[in-house]
Design a protein around this ligand. Structure first.
Ligand code: NI
Length: 160
């Protein structure tokens, strides 16, 4: 298990267009594992490689207990609309209102470079859009309607 440092806004890695992955290597597999570890540790639902300083087209997502790795992802279909809160591990303590498609179909490669397609709605669709944009150097803040808000951290009550 290796936790990598999450780059925050102001870091140039977050503004770059990332390069496609050309082959599955032990190094790529290690990176993907580290990205999951880093995302779970930070309590996030998605993480893109540039957020850990690696300019490759790789994202990891887990919105509902199912981990997905998307390598060289390409959104091929969208429909509908959802408007809701969005945040980013690279901009801790903030969130904002963003409208996204309510349905997304993405094609991508898995960690063995086998192609697959994934469909998502609601939070998964939102996460796919958000993470894929990181690969082109785009932050969700460019889409925020109104002002960014401070996240109010509510301490969870301990179970007895
Ligand atoms: Ni993000």
């Amino acid at each position: 298990m290796a936790i990598r440092t999450i780059r925050t806004v102001g870091d140039r890695a977050l503004t770059k267009v990332c390069r496609p992955v050309t082959e599955s290597t032990p190094k790529i597999k290690q990176l993907v594992e580290d990205m999951f570890d880093t995302m779970y540790e930070a309590m996030g639902v998605g993480l893109a490689a540039p957020q850990v300083g690696i300019l490759k087209r790789i994202v990891v997502i887990d919105t509902d207990g199912t981990p997905y790795v998307l390598i060289n992802p390409e959104i091929i279909e969208t429909s509908g609309e959802q408007t809701g809160d969005e945040g980013c591990l690279s901009l801790p303590g903030k969130n904002g209102t963003v409208t996204r498609p309510n349905y997304v179909k993405v094609k991508a490669y898995d960690v063995n470079m086998e192609p697959f397609e994934l469909e998502g709605t609601e939070l998964l669709a939102r996460a796919i859009c958000h993470e894929c944009e990181h690969l082109d150097g785009i932050m969700y803040t460019t889409h925020v309607q109104g002002e960014l808000r401070d996240n109010i951290v509510v301490e969870e009550e301990e179970d007895e």
